[in-house]
Each structure stands twice: as C-alpha cells, then as structure tokens.
Write a protein that binds this ligand. Sequence first.
Ligand code: PGA
Length: 256
Amino acid sequence: MRNTIIAGNWKMNTNRSSSIALADAIVDGLRAEHLGDNLDIVLCPPFVFIPLVGERIRGGRIRLGAQTMNNEPSGAFTGEVSGEMLRSVDCAYVIVGHSERRTMFAESDLDVCYRVNAAQEVGLSPIICVGETIVEREKGLMREVVERQVRTALDGILEFAARTCAIAYEPIWAIGTGENATPEQIEEAHGFIREIIGQIYTPEVAEDIPILYGGSMNAGNAASILARPGVDGGLIGGASLDAASFVSIVRAAASR
Ligand code: PGA
C-alpha cells in the first residue's frame, strides 16, 4: 500500500529564526494529532536551514527534504549541493524538477532524470514534479507534456528504484496563483500519470507509487482534493509557510 505524503516546500523563504519558529510551531501543532502509520510529513527548508530544522524535529514524525540537488557526487560545481551532502544532514526526500527549477534554472527533462538517478543511488526518495503550463492546457497538450516529463524522468530507472519515487502533479498555472486545479482535473491527471507508470513498469508498481498534487493547495481545499481517488498527498508551497495551515492540511490527510 502506498504512503500518503504531505511535503512543505518553503522555497527561498524564512531566515534563521523564522525557520526555527516555523518548524517548532508545526511540531507543536501536530503533537496532539493522531497521524496513523502511512503518512509521511516532510519539510523542505532552504539548504542552509536544513540542519537547524533537523534539530527541531528530531525524534518525531516529521522528515526532512531538500528542494533540489545536483546529480554529481562532488567536484568543481560552484554553488551546487550533492545528494550525499543531503543524506549527511538527514534528508530523506528531495524535490526534483520543480517547475521553478525547470523554467528559471533551465533544468531539462534529462537533467531531472540524472537527478532522480543520483538521488536514489544515495538513498534519497525523489519527489519528481511534472505539470503543464496554462498555454499547454488550453491547447489540449496536458497529457502529452506530462507523459514526456514522466517518461524522461524515469528513463533507465529500474523498478526497485522507481518504487522509492513519488510524483507530484503540479500544473504550473496553479502554482502560487491561488487558483488550484479542480478535483476533477487533478483526478484525471493522476489517473493518467498512474497509467503511464503502469506502462513503463507494471500496474502493480504504479499502484505503489504515491502521486501528490501541488498548486495552491491550502487548508480550505485540501480535504476535497485529498478525497479524490489517486491523490496520495500534496506538495505545498505558500500554505506550508503558515504553521496552522500546514497542520490543517496534514490533519486533512490523516483523517481521510
Ligand atoms: P504553492 O506551491 O502551494 O504556493 O502553489 C506549490 C509548489 O510550488 O510546490
């Protein structure tokens, strides 16, 4: 049975003291919650605050993730961070191929595949982001774009490694806009992604891989999105910066 994952992507937000305060408030907010065994709660702070946040969540249910990584293990790559480094500060997850990485930092589908490969090699679970632009959706290209992104990201990735991955369907037009995709659109895209994974591997493998939704998910819409078949959690940007909102989303995931 696949896990549910609620991951907070803090992006380039917080500072030393506010990252600690946010982590503490989330830990506090979740203390009394009955979370069950199949729910993974992940915080993805900016690189520099990962160890600090790690200290605050130590011993609890929350796990650490990073927002990206380089696929090279080490070397002359100024400004980059490797998977091995992330493991050494207790990250369990890494977001790969976020649309902001793809559009602002020119990460190609193939770069995403290299990162997926490097992440699983060091024992990090990649959360692979895919999703179409508004223009692509309006032209009826959602399936074509998402299929290309999923197939390329998993190209050459063996079945056992694929089982460590999660996919996040994040339509770009819904990210940070306050306009979430409708539960129907989300259910359709997730079903389609699961179909593709089933074709690459087997339907059984596809059943075991969590598919998350991301794009303006918040305390108000989380329950209705998470209630849809095939939606196995969320990748939360803006709402993850507010402890009460993030805790509500976790609660919605735990109680479905
Ligand atoms: P958002 O971001 O929740 O602020 O829309 C989601 C994401 O980019 O992962």
